[in-house]
Design a protein around this ligand. Structure first.
Ligand code: URA
Length: 232
């Protein structure tokens, strides 16, 4: 049916019945008219109405060496070059140049805002290879909060996944996303990060997506993200 793209179905019907909607220059009054948003020109009160752009959601496994900005004044490669799209996408939050892993890209501004704003507490899961033998005391400090130069960190979940002679692999789950937070937290407890990858974002997991590859999110994944961001 002819939806005018500016209002609810009921409001659109009222506009059509009132004779305020034109399709390709012809006023439509019947409610069942089909409109092709790519080919037909729809006007309301003489003003051209653009169909709302389709909301797009992708997951990328970001490689090291890419910046998570739309463009880079220093000319470094950006993650945008890895996800070609005619629509204007942008990354949801940041990963450091040298961090790999799960990065979301979307054109859904309200959802992106909530996914990154600390008020909504959407958790991000990192796997970090760190230097040294990580004792219970360091884990407890990371979990309870570490004092950084921009204030103490909020409680985190930390698990030692593997301990070798000189390095350890930790999983760290944070509900905030300050600049270089995982690196600074680990450094603060004496275990500098050697390698960092994000493996989870809210309810989503990176899984086996190869480094540098991307895929669209499923409808179920988008719905789960919206729930996590309290946008039911
Ligand atoms: N914490 C970091 O230190 N770096 C990132 O890229 C993400 C979280």
């Amino acid at each position: 049916m002819a939806r005018c793209g500016v209002a609810s179905r009921r409001a659109c019907e009222q506009l059509i019945v009132a004779g305020r909607v034109q399709v390709n220059g012809r006023t439509v009054r019947e409610l069942g008219v089909k409109v092709d948003p790519d080919r037909d020109e729809v006007r309301v009160d003489g003003r051209v109405i653009r169909p709302p752009s389709k909301l797009l959601y992708y997951m990328l496994n970001k490689p090291a060496g890419y910046v998570t900005t739309v463009s880079d004044p220093q000319g470094r490669p950006t993650v945008m070059s890895l996800v070609p799209s005619e629509d204007r996408l942008y990354p949801v939050g940041r990963l450091d140049l040298d961090t790999e892993g799960l990065l979301l890209l979307t054109n859904d501004g309200p959802l992106a805002h909530r996914l990154t704003h600390p008020r909504y507490g959407v958790r991000k899961l990192y796997r970090a290879k760190v230097a040294g033998v990580v004792g219970a005391e360091a884990v407890a400090r990371l979990e309870q909060g570490v004092l950084l130069e921009d204030g103490p960190t909020a409680p985190a979940r930390v698990r030692v996944i593997r301990q070798d002679k000189e390095t350890a692999v930790l999983e760290i789950e944070l509900a905030e996303g300050r600049k270089r937070q995982v690196r600074r937290m680990c450094q603060a407890v004496g275990h500098p990060v050697l390698y960092l990858k994000r493996i989870g974002f809210g309810p989503l997991r990176l899984g086996r997506l190869p480094v540098g590859a991307y895929r669209p999110l499923t409808d179920a994944e988008v719905a789960a993200l919206r729930r996590a961001a309290q946008l039911a």
